[in-house]
Design a protein around this ligand. Structure first.
Ligand code: ATP
Ligand code: MG
Length: 434
């Protein structure tokens, strides 16, 4: 029979990788707890209209990348391509916004039908934050700092923060007309994709990866120049506050982000370690979205970072600095005890001993091989546990267990192991003497 394979762009996380992911998630969870950001979990599957309305029909995500299908009830469903629309839907649906501003975070898989390559998959994962119900420049900077500091806490280095202002819908409308007029005069110099976008989503041309188009755009009018005085002043404020927090940034007048709902502050955090897929985290303000999804007009800002790209950067950081926080994050945590056991009676007793120790809170690796003692000790050494407990039929007969230090030079001890209720405290006590 032929072997079955995972779908293209859908990736398994094997135990070693899963361990790293869990370490990252643990740091994130604690980071958000300290910032009063609460986790929210929404379904992976939503009605297609949520994304069509929320993200915008003219975007790549909605136009080309969604996994949409009719379910058995003939409803058009879509595997979520991003988290923001779902979080806002949930907040509106459950009336969270009437309870005041919400600071929410989420993590989980997203689905986009893209061309898979390094740092780009069809099922990928994000950690994201949505701060809904605040409009100040200060809240923009708090949100950006949440992302920046999380990455710093993880030990990621060489990051660059780029910011831009997309202004108000009026600012953008005004600018769109300017840009389209300018580009139409130079239409023949644009790549095919950008020519198409000229009528569908002209601002996205600014984001083109095509070298010739990028060169052409160097002289194009910028959004920044088209901002109203109020929008420009708001952007100044954001920059001043970032300066106050000593978070370094660069203004990139061509940063527009892929999704339609952004306005005012937009930002990306990039890494020089990632080649073409250099953006680790992207976000911005989306004041129009809540209303667009049927809620009362409510300002909001959020961001999402890509787990796969983050892990690539972390691996590079761990390699560059084997003692640093990134390396420590990905190091395995060995069990406290490796339980060596051989012989019919010993193997049965070991099962109970391992269980008692685990119930008492210890991490215990039970050797289940039945191999010779020498082989089991080799494995015990390799696994990095500080202690081995040894059970042979002889020990069982005498109601004992031997405790051997695998690290350091503590003397071997023989402890009673006949009655777990009385003997367990003594054994635990001996295991704590490191
Ligand atoms: P890109 O320009 O790289 O396609 P995007 O603008 O489509 O990114 P967002 O929708 O802002 O990305 O998503 C936020 C983050 O999620 C990205 O910065 C990236 O780290 C990650 N991401 C997006 N698409 C993918 C993907 N297909 N595979 C892996 N990570 C992704
Ligand atoms: Mg994309």
């Amino acid at each position: 029979m032929s072997q079955l394979q995972s779908l293209r762009g859908m990736v398994d996380l094997l135990p070693e990788q899963t361990r790293r992911w869990q370490a990252v998630e643990a740091v994130a969870r604690d980071h958000f707890r300290r910032a009063g950001v609460e986790e929210i979990r929404t379904p992976l599957l939503e009605v297609t209209d949520l994304f069509a309305r929320g993200i915008g029909e003219g975007t790549d995500v909605v136009g080309k990348e969604m996994y949409s299908f009719l379910d058995r009830g003939e409803r058009s469903c879509t595997l979520r391509p991003e988290g923001t629309a779902s979080v806002v839907r949930a907040a509106v649906q459950h009336g969270l916004l009437s309870q005041g501003a919400q600071k929410l975070w989420y993590t989980g898989p997203m689905f986009r039908y893209e061309r898979p390559q390094a740092g780009r998959q069809r099922q990928f994962h994000q950690i994201g934050v949505e701060c809904i119900g605040v409009s100040s420049a200060r809240s923009d900077v708090e949100a950006i700092a949440l992302a920046w500091d999380l990455l710093a806490a993880l030990g990621v280095q060489g990051l660059e923060l780029e910011i831009n202002s997309l202004g108000t819908p009026e600012d953008r409308q005004h600018y769109r007309a300017q840009l389209v007029a300018w580009l139409q005069e130079r239409q023949d110099q644009l790549d095919a994709d950008s020519q198409e976008r000229l009528s569908t989503n002209p601002l996205r041309i600014l984001d083109s990866k095509n070298k010739a188009t990028q060169a052409l755009l160097a002289d194009a009018p910028t959004l920044l120049e088209a901002l109203s005085p109020e929008s420009a002043q708001r952007f100044e404020q954001v920059q001043a506050l970032l300066g106050q927090l000593a978070i370094p940034f660069r203004v990139n007048t061509r940063l527009v982000r892929g999704l339609d709902y952004y306005g005012h502050t937009a930002f990306e955090i990039t890494s020089d370690q990632l080649g073409a897929q250099s953006t680790v985290c992207g976000g911005g303000r989306y004041d129009g979205l809540v209303e667009q999804l049927g809620g009362a007009a409510t300002p909001a800002i959020g961001w999402a970072l890509g787990m796969e790209r983050l892990l690539l950067v972390l691996e590079a950081a761990a390699k560059a600095n084997p003692e640093g926080p990134a390396a420590q994050l990905t190091a395995p945590t060995p069990p406290t005890v490796y339980l060596v056991n051989r012989g019919e009676a010993a193997e049965a007793a070991a099962l109970g001993l391992a269980r008692n120790l685990r119930q008492a809170g210890l991490a215990v690796e039970l050797d289940g091989s039945g191999a010779a003692f020498g082989k089991q000790f080799k494995r015990a050494d390799r696994c990095g546990a500080p202690w081995a407990l040894v059970l042979g039929d002889g020990e069982v007969e005498q109601g004992q267990v031997r405790l051997k230090a695998l690290r350091g030079d503590a003397d071997e001890q023989t402890l009673a192991w006949a009655d777990p209720t009385t003997d367990l405290p003594l054994l635990l006590n001996a295991l704590q003497q490191r």
